[in-house]
Design a protein around this ligand. Structure first.
Ligand code: ZN
Length: 154
């Protein structure tokens, strides 16, 4: 069957950036299984999967506006050291998950630590990046009534 809304889809994927560096892959692990049509994947990838069938293979470059958004400089902020009192040692590159203003989980990355405070970056780590996916569609089936009610694949 073709991928459409309310299908449970399993895909194998490899994600690389513009330089060809591998960022993520399902190789050697379970495929990624999701319920199609609910925005569980980034829009550029989910749209491309619509209409595909089991066994299809394709490559796609997804622009930031259809992935994790453009890089937003206003999300880089200087916060006081005492905001991290409970964390202990902090260092550049360290990442935390917090709840963003809209209630969704947000990853913040420590950019710099100096005497003035701590510079944090609230952009998604993949914001502003063109994402290159290599996809193989593993399986496609209709979701059960329970899966549709729950809004996720079982
Ligand atoms: Zn469930």
């Amino acid at each position: 069957m073709q991928i459409q809304d309310n299908c449970v889809v399993s895909i194998h994927y490899t994600l690389t950036d513009d330089t060809g560096a591998r960022l993520d892959s399902s190789e050697g692990t379970e495929p990624l299984t999701y319920l199609h049509g609910l925005g569980q994947l980034i829009p550029g990838l989910e749209n491309e999967l619509t209409g595909k069938i089991q066994g299809d293979q394709f490559q796609i470059a997804v622009q930031p506006h259809e992935a994790y958004g453009e890089y937003d400089k206003s999300l880089v902020q200087l916060v006081p050291h005492n905001a991290f009192e409970e964390v202990g040692e902090i260092y550049p590159g360290m990442q935390f998950q917090t709840n963003g203003p809209d209630g969704h989980p947000q990853i913040i990355t420590i950019q710099e630590v100096n005497e003035n405070g701590v510079t944090v970056d609230g952009n998604h780590p993949l914001a502003g990046k063109v994402l290159h996916f290599d996809i193989t569609v593993g399986s496609v089936r209709s979701a059960t009534a329970e899966e549709i009610a729950h809004g996720h694949a079982h």
